[in-house]
Design a protein around this ligand. Structure first.
Ligand SMILES: [Fe+2]
Length: 450
């Protein structure tokens, strides 16, 4: 009887042990691309839920396994207050020496598991390229109204890249990062085919933006928080509006000064005669707007005369004012999100409308143009507008959707707002025309009348 009991106990233990082994999640998931530091590079980043070593990307334009680059792998710990942490492993590899404008196939993985095969087209470097970019912010996992449109547009090669200007998943860290995982899987049908370029918003602030900094691998040396790209005839500068908010950003003044000086150096370089000759357009994008006419509350941005992104340290001295910096260096176009709506503004500077002419306001405007595009869809819904638009508001809509920008050539950019409420119809269109670019071309001084 005694030996029978011992055998039963051993069997029971064996059964319990067999059922308590955690599953092995070594399969690559959440595959997404981003532009590298130079035009002949493309970075691919993915996740495994279990620890995997020896990861790599294999790629080629004639044969899948023609070339291979080992990945950098690190453990990322999803944190959440009052919950157990959850580890996952992030892998990132940069494919280099790509031939321009060439279709490559690739897969990612290791000796214990490979992803599906995806394709991408390497960057064009010729002066005739007219990149088409989808631009939007505030795009989540639930109520992701634009997702199917963007997936199809990416797979049909109708867009060359995405610029997602802050606020992801709602939120990347929610439910110990499981919402982040679901969102990254949801965008894989876009981001495994075209570069998914990002910048941080306020929804990424938890744990010092660690979810954002780890899941996305942007070019440059600032942990994906700010960087610039040269695409066709444009210099595109992605920056971080959260440094202006001390409740959002640790040691925010230091980060704000560092970013300001980095932006100024970028703009000085972009304004070299040799640079403007090749890339006449200069644009800047971030999450929180300088101007808008949305009902975003007393502490919001639209009705705040001290909006720090616009005025810097204060609205009298305007030290570190990005509105002044961008005006000085001739930044042609700016995109922001945060407001869950679309709003096209008249060219403006210091609250003053600075149209080109009455009949052609966007032809040779005398100040930068701002577009707000934060309506791609998320669980918070749309923001709603002030009853009366501000004088600088040219068109606004709270339809869900996203912006398509085509950088046509040295003088023309077209911007279309796509409404997913209206089945993908174009809700609003404008063409920005500039025959001259650069410092000194803006002549709309404070309180001037146009
Ligand atoms: Fe936001």
């Amino acid at each position: 009887m005694g030996s029978y009991l011992i055998i039963m106990i051993l069997l029971l233990h064996a059964t319990i042990d067999a059922h308590t082994d955690p599953p092995l999640w070594s399969q690559p998931e959440q595959v997404h691309l981003s532009y590298g530091d130079s035009p002949d590079e493309m970075t691919v980043t993915w996740v495994t839920q279990s620890e995997v070593h020896g990861s790599a990307v294999e790629f080629g334009h004639g044969k899948l396994t023609e070339l291979s680059t080992p990945a950098r792998t690190w453990e990322f710990i999803n944190q959440e207050a009052k919950r157990d942490n959850r580890s996952m492993w992030i892998h990132s590899a940069t494919m280099g020496k790509l031939q321009p404008a060439t279709t490559y196939m690739y897969h990612v993985g290791s000796a214990i598991g490979w992803s599906d095969v995806f394709i991408f087209r390497s960057q064009r470097v010729d002066a005739e390229w007219s990149p088409v970019l989808a631009v939007y912010g505030d795009f989540g996992n639930a109520n992701a109204q634009s997702i199917a449109y963007l997936q199809k547009a990416a797979q049909m090669s109708e867009i060359d890249a995405v610029l997602h200007i802050g606020d992801f998943a709602y939120d990347l860290d929610t439910d110990v990062g499981l919402i982040g995982d679901a969102f990254m899987k949801q965008i894989e049908p876009i981001a495994a085919y075209i570069p998914y370029m990002t910048l941080p918003g306020n929804h990424e602030k938890k744990f010092n933006f660690s979810q954002y900094r780890n899941r996305f691998q942007m070019p440059g040396e600032f942990d994906s928080m700010m960087y610039s790209m040269k695409l066709g005839p444009a210099r595109i500068i992605m920056f971080n509006s959260e440094v202006f908010y001390k409740n959002e950003y640790p040691d925010n003044y230091k980060a704000m000064y560092e970013q300001y000086h980095w932006l100024e150096a970028q703009l000085q370089n972009a304004n070299l005669a040799s640079e403007r000759a090749v890339r006449p357009w200069v644009m800047a994008l971030a999450h929180r707007p300088m101007y808008c006419s949305t009902m975003d509350g007393y502490y919001g941005h639209c009705n705040n005369p001290n909006n720090p992104v616009r005025v810097g340290l204060n609205n009298v001295t305007r030290e570190y004012s990005l509105e002044d910096l961008f005006y000085k260096y001739g930044v042609d176009l700016q995109f922001y999100g945060h407001e869950h709506s679309y709003e096209r503004l008249w060219p403006l500077y210091h609250d003053t409308v600075c149209n080109g002419t009455v009949n052609n306001p966007y032809t040779n405007p005398t100040a930068p143009v701002h577009i707000i595009t934060g309506s791609a869809g998320n669980r918070e819904g749309q923001t709603g507008f002030d009853k009366k638009p501000w004088s600088y508001s040219a068109f606004r809509s709270d339809d869900y959707g996203y912006t398509l920008m085509k950088i046509v050539n040295h003088t023309h950019i077209s911007i279309d707002q796509i409404s997913t409420d209206k089945g993908g119809a174009v809700l609003d269109s404008m063409i920005l025309v500039k025959e001259k670019h650069g410092m000194g071309t803006f002549t709309c001084h404070k309180n001037s009348k146009n």
